[in-house]
Write a protein that binds this ligand. Structure first.
Ligand SMILES: [Zn+2]
Length: 440
């Protein structure tokens, strides 16, 4: 005789009613078939600059995509409902300056020992997309792709270093004989699905060769270049980089580094910065271990010169130093006076456009469901820059939840779970497991 009680779940396509007494099995179509949405984020304040949304809305996810963004979506239509009221819901964050070529072999370099693996640091900070900038060059990019990019759950893009061995060169990135624009452009074109730019970095010499070869490669491959200006020298002043050398769409990273001139003797923002921005040159934070001073960031932001993109320059040094993570870096920009909506724009839509992937960084219906759920904690928080300078602010961003491609990949407050006392008596035991009690 059948007397199994079939537990009903919202996802069950058919309702099975087993009438044990009569031994009759009735199969009746369920009132609710497959829920329309897999996940519903309910009651959060959505900030989606690309789609001009800045209001309390529900966000529904189905098939890995954003399925609906509007007020009052019925929770009965979703498999998992997460109450995110009081929190901000933003597109998954895009960190466009990190170092991920984590292999042994190179001591104290941004590739090798000082790189980190993406999934270890991305989701817990709301980051769903990372751009490795220049850890590898054309000679070792395919090894990097195989070891890291293709294995990560984080979406990873890369910019190729103009030096063939990338940041594994010795001395790091100074070998002008290994700056081959053609070979770099060819490799970039071959891997155009993940290569989004060319990087020039840490150059010490008095000439422009590192920047110029990167520009040549970028022009050949039709992608932007990002420049870490390296050593600031009289022979090649920084203002010439951004007002003459870089093309529209090229990126000057480490924008708040100490030697970048921001204000004249009158305390006013220098004109060359506005000229560079008018040309379409992009300014990126790239905080790093020592590439951010509050002195410059405060001067720029107070006079309305905001970053185009906020990024970390994540590596083992910066993450355990003053930089820490994407949200700490965003918090610094926030407490210096940039409105939250702009901070979100600079960490989602703007970096997506900068790397020529405008399909990312927003929450439009049909977009990949990469989502960050953030708390703006209120209180008194001290922040430090790379040179021991501190600044006190009243807010700090924290990550409560992250979705990547419609899957919950970080859930700090267990919003997607249920009280264990409501689960079945033997939950958490796989069919293959046998429970053997010790003899009494
Ligand atoms: Zn870097």
């Amino acid at each position: 005789m059948l007397n199994t009680l079939v537990r009903l779940t919202p996802g069950m396509p058919l309702l099975l009613v087993v009438l044990g007494v009569l031994g009759v099995v009735l199969i009746v179509p369920a009132a609710h078939a497959q829920p329309r949405y897999e996940i519903l984020l309910k009651g959060g304040h959505v900030i989606d600059p690309r789609n001009n949304v800045d209001a309390v809305m529900d966000v529904a996810v189905a098939g890995g995509k954003i399925a609906a963004v509007r007020p009052d979506i019925n929770p009965a239509e979703a498999g998992t409902v997460a109450d995110v009221s009081g929190l901000y819901v933003t597109p998954g964050l895009i960190d466009n300056h990190v170092h991920l070529f984590a292999t042994t072999g190179m001591r104290d370099a941004w590739a090798g020992d000082n790189s980190v693996l993406p999934d270890e640091f991305s989701f817990r900070s709301g980051v769903t997309t990372m751009v490795d900038v220049g850890s590898s060059g054309w000679r070792n990019f395919e090894d990097f792709r195989n070891r890291v990019i293709d294995r990560a759950r984080t979406r990873v893009f890369a910019m190729l270093n103009i030096v063939g061995l990338g940041m594994m060169s010795d001395p790091i990135e100074q070998n002008v004989h290994d700056m081959d624009a053609n070979a770099t452009a060819d490799m970039a074109t071959k891997h155009r699905d993940v290569v989004v730019g060319i990087k020039s970095a840490h150059y010490m010499g008095p000439e422009w060769i590192s920047v110029d070869r990167a520009l040549e490669a970028g022009t050949l491959a039709k992608i932007p270049i990002m420049v870490d200006f390296g050593y600031f020298r009289v022979e090649r002043p920084y203002y010439k980089l951004v007002t003459e050398r870089l093309r529209p769409g090229d990126i000057s990273t480490h924008m708040f580094r100490g030697p970048v001139p921001y204000v004249g003797e009158d305390g006013k923002l220098l004109d060359y910065l506005k000229q560079a921005r008018a040309r379409g040159v992009l300014f990126d934070v790239g905080h790093g271990g020592g590439s951010f001073v509050f002195r410059n960031a405060a001067a720029a932001i107070q006079q309305g010169f905001y970053p185009d993109t906020i990024s970390t320059d994540l590596h083992t040094g910066s993450m355990n130093g003053a930089m820490m993570d994407m949200l700490t870096t965003m918090s610094k920009i926030l407490v210096l006076g940039v409105p939250l909506k702009e901070v979100v724009r600079q960490s989602t839509m703007n970096p997506a456009v900068a790397i020529q992937h405008p399909e990312l960084g927003h929450l439009g219906v049909g977009a990949e469901a990469d989502v960050a759920v953030l708390r703006v904690a209120q209180g008194s928080f001290r922040y430090m820059d790379g040179s021991r300078g501190t600044f006190e602010g009243d807010r700090r961003l924290q990550c409560e939840m992250t979705l990547k491609g419609g899957r919950i990949v970080w859930d700090w407050n267990a919003r997607s779970g249920v009280d264990y006392r409501t689960l079945s008596k033997d939950y958490g035991i796989r069919p293959v497991d046998k429970i053997i009690l010790p003899p009494r």
